[in-house]
Each structure stands twice: as structure tokens, then as C-alpha cells.
Design a protein around this ligand. Structure first.
Ligand code: MTE
Length: 323
């Protein structure tokens, strides 16, 4: 498995051809998209939670905010047992079953690239960059399901401004841990590891974008991306890279993991948009996890309902082209 290679080279160029074909076949066979579309029903997760880490320690101090106060929260059990974290397996329950092995302390995040202040940040230091806040956000997965999650975290903008981007910094990459020793998925050519996601600099500076370290007032469970993951509520869930070890400021638009895996299906922006369908399924509505078979799907909103706050970031852009 090749890891840590430059992000702007397409996988087919550097991965041995046989491995690349094998990976493509695996992706096709697993029908990632189809798998995503079908989802599966929540509350599969009882067994997963029993095998997993159990409840995490409470976060001692964080402030409540007005974000999402009107929303009905998805249950802790559903949030922590119905996950996508392919490093721990491709089914919804595998992350909760397998991620307990992940050692999240000590944990260091390297802040690097086009900045004046490169540094290595311990997770405890990161948690002190700004007062921790609770943000209740609607989260919409590209597969067609959604949740409402009470995250605890810090504004990403705080970290960006402390890093002091140079004039060349246009994008930021978020690179996840890829450790074969504890991540069974990384031993297989499911995706081009490490998982890499990215934002444009102005998106990263937006007040809604956060680095989450907890949920429901407790330390983040490993399956949700402990100890720190990205949360960008107006974009499809796959933009939110988990268990981040590197944050790199770059000049050119990065090729993210999903763009490399299926460029016609996953674009850089991945803004929630009910009028731009995925090539293989509609994005017009969604199933709220926790609802039952008889509950109607709900309409998906432009920018996941955050249009008033974020639409200006994309003014003048053709969102069909920049999907
Ligand atoms: N980050 C990593 N490193 N690996 C992944 O497989 N899956 C993404 C995203 N972040 C993923 C990841 C996808 S497809 C989704 S929908 C969200 O995580 C799910 O986050 P949750 O399990 O906390 O709800």
C-alpha cells in the first residue's frame, strides 16, 4: 500500500497497474455508491456498541451556542454505531466494532505548508486554541441519509489565523491517520490512503467550519474520528476527514481521496445541493437516521439549509460544473 504520496498525482500513474485495477474492481464490486445509496437501517448498532469503547469521558468545560437549538437530535447510539470510516471497514457497524484499538493520546497534528508558523500541535494544545463550543449541526451524507449531531469543537478559522497563511496559500488539506497496525481497512486497497480532504481557504475561514473533538458533551468516540475531525455542515459528510494528523496549506486545488477514487461522482466542492444529482441517484431528499421504514424522506435543502450563511462563497460559480 502506497501512502503519503503527493496528492496531485492520479492513483493510476503511480500505483502498480495490477493493484490499481484490483482497487477499481474492489470499488466496483463493493459498489461504494450503491452501498452508500442503500445505506442500511440504523440501530444495527447494538452489538457494535457493546464491542466498542463504550461511553467516553465528559468534556469538562465548553459553552453552549445558539446553533441548531431548534433541531431534534439524533440519538447517541445512532451517531456512534452507524458510521463511515473505511479505515476500519466499509460496513456501517465496523467502525464502532474495530476502532476501539485506536490510540488517541498522545496525538500530534502537524500544521505545515504555505504558512509563516508551521508547528506540531498536541491534541491538548489544539483544544486550548479557542474556547470549546457546542454546535448542533445537520449532517447530510452523500449516500442520502442525515443526522443532527451536537458537536463540541473549535472554529477552524482560529487555527488558520494562528498558522498565518502566506499569499500562496489557497487551499488546505486535512490528512487522516493511515496506520495499518490498527486500521484493517488500510491493509486493503479500498481507497488511496491516507484519506485526504480539503477546503478552499475562504471556506476554511467560514464561521460554520469547525474542528470537532467531542459530541454530546463527551470526548469524540474513535469511530467518529477521535481525537479530532473536520466538520463542514453545508457539504456532504465525506468532506469531514476523521482522525486528522496533518493540516497542510497549499497553492493548488488538491485531488481529494474521493475525487481520485471516482472523479465523475465526487467533486472538490461537494456542497449539499438537491438540484444536482449524483450520477447514480437523486440528491433531492434524505432519510433522517432514527426514523423508521414508514417515515417519509425529507426534502434536502440547498447547502444543507445553511445557504444564507454560505451561498456568497460560491457566487458566480456554476454549481453543476463545480459539484
Ligand atoms: N474520514 C476518514 N478518514 N475515513 C472515512 O472513511 N468517511 C466520510 C467522513 N470522514 C470517512 C471520513 C464519510 S463518507 C462520512 S458520511 C462521514 O465521515 C461520517 O461521519 P460519522 O461517521 O461521524 O457520521
Amino acid at each position: 500500500m502506497l501512502i503519503g504520496k503527493p496528492s496531485d498525482i492520479v492513483a493510476s500513474e503511480i500505483t502498480p497497474a495490477r493493484l490499481f485495477r484490483q482497487r477499481r474492481e474492489l470499488i466496483k464490486a463493493a459498489g461504494l455508491g450503491t452501498m452508500m445509496a442503500l445505506g442500511g437501517w440504523s440501530s444495527l448498532g447494538f452489538a457494535a456498541q457493546e464491542k466498542g469503547q463504550g461511553r467516553r469521558p465528559a468534556i469538562k468545560s465548553y459553552k453552549k451556542t445558539a446553533y441548531g437549538q431548534e433541531e431534534k437530535l439524533t440519538s447517541y447510539r445512532d451517531i456512534t454505531t452507524y458510521n463511515n470510516f473505511y479505515e476500519f471497514g466499509t460496513s456501517k457497524e465496523q467502525p464502532a466494532e474495530n476502532a476501539g484499538q485506536l490510540k488517541t493520546s498522545p496525538w500530534t497534528i502537524s500544521i505545515e505548508g504555505e504558512i509563516l508558523k508551521p508547528r506540531k500541535l498536541g491534541i491538548e494544545e489544539l483544544m486550548k486554541l479557542a474556547p470549546l463550543e457546542e454546535r448542533i449541526y445537520r449532517m447530510r451524507c452523500v449516500e442520502g441519509w442525515s443526522m443532527v449531531i451536537p458537536w463540541v469543537g473549535i472554529p477552524l478559522a482560529r487555527l488558520v489565523s494562528l498558522a498565518q497563511p502566506t499569499a500562496n496559500a489557497k487551499f488546505i488539506e486535512f490528512i487522516s491517520l493511515a496506520d495499518e497496525a490498527v486500521m484493517p481497512g488500510v491493509r486493503a486497497p479500498i481507497l488511496d490512503w491516507p484519506y485526504l480532504e480539503a477546503l478552499r481557504l475562504d471556506e476554511a475561514m467560514h464561521e460554520l467550519a469547525i474542528l470537532a473533538v467531542g459530541l454530546y458533551g463527551e470526548v469524540l468516540p474513535a469511530q467518529n474520528g477521535a481525537p479530532v475531525r473536520l466538520v463542514v455542515p453545508w457539504k456532504y459528510g465525506f468532506k469531514g476527514g476523521k482522525s486528522i494528523v496533518r493540516i497542510r496549506f497549499v497553492e493548488k486545488m488538491p485531488q481529494t481521496t474521493w475525487m481520485r477514487a471516482a472523479p465523475r461522482e465526487y467533486g472538490f466542492y461537494a456542497n449539499v445541493n438537491p438540484s444536482v444529482d449524483h450520477p447514480r441517484w437523486s440528491q433531492a431528499n434524505e432519510r433522517r437516521i432514527g426514523s423508521n421504514l414508514f417515515t417519509k424522506r425529507i426534502p434536502t435543502l440547498m447547502f444543507n439549509g445553511y445557504a444564507e450563511q454560505v451561498a456568497h462563497l460560491y457566487s458566480g460559480m456554476d454549481l453543476r460544473k463545480h459539484f
